[in-house]
Write a protein that binds this ligand. Sequence first.
Ligand SMILES: Nc1ncnc2c1ncn2[C@@H]1O[C@H](COP(=O)(O)OP(=O)(O)O)[C@@H](O)[C@H]1O
Ligand SMILES: [Mg+2]
Length: 274
Amino acid sequence: MAAAEPPLQRLGAGRAAEVFAWDEATALKLSRWPDGQPSLETEATALSAARAAGIRVPAPRGFVSHDGRPGLLLERLDGNDLLSIVEKQPWRVWEFGRLTGRLHAELGETPAPAGLRYLRAALRGAIAESSAIPERAFPRVLAVLDALPDGDRLCHGDFHPGNIILTAEGPVIIDFPNAVSGDPAADFARTAILLEAGEVPPDTSPWGRVLVRAGRKLMLLAYRTGYRSAAPVDAETLARWRVVIIAHRLTERVPEERVRLLRMLSRALRAAGA
Ligand SMILES: Nc1ncnc2c1ncn2[C@@H]1O[C@H](COP(=O)(O)OP(=O)(O)O)[C@@H](O)[C@H]1O
Ligand SMILES: [Mg+2]
């Protein structure tokens, strides 16, 4: 009888997956769900396309199944993500915000590979089906979306400093299961909104809250500056994507963000002239 396999060492975890050490040079990203294979395939497709374009991402090394869960083998990285580093070294917020922006602008030039979903269609489906958007705003949001371009670049779908690992060889972008083909301005709008609308964890002290909020503002400003130093962003198109992305964020139903998002949505609709 074969001996039981020793448990794998866990390197990190998120909402949809856990990441384990597979061997010295390889990590295993294991879906939390038995039906997670399509997300892993999207991730592998996006990683290969990014690598082909010279963007630093972990190389995908094939699929495995472990404990009845689907997994993707990845080049193993050694380092921490920018968000965890900046929590301990807050003076680096400007440097890391700019870096996040510059890396995102570079990624936005990458042609999307075949096999990815279209961002605009995915957003339309999610928004049209959801009851999270106020009735008065709903038709205006859809009209704005319908006038926006499809785009054909590789969009990450969840680009933020927590998904950039700083290694000895430099920064590496991870976590591509939400990759889509789309307009990079939409991906830029989503990152800005994630940085802007993210709530402070409820157990944070009042002083901690002030610091986290100030740090977020600075991170957002630095991100925008870094992105714009590397790629132009058309202000009108961005204003329209903001409407759609805020509406889509509402459909994700993060309760503590709702009030702020509703306020942001009415302002964004006005700014877009919709
Ligand atoms: N290739 C890798 N090598 C080493 N650690 C990794 C690798 N990919 C991810 N991790 C670790 O696992 C964590 C979660 O991975 P991520 O791809 O962001 O998945 P999630 O969708 O669950 O956030 C990361 O923050 C990081 O600590
Ligand atoms: Mg992640």
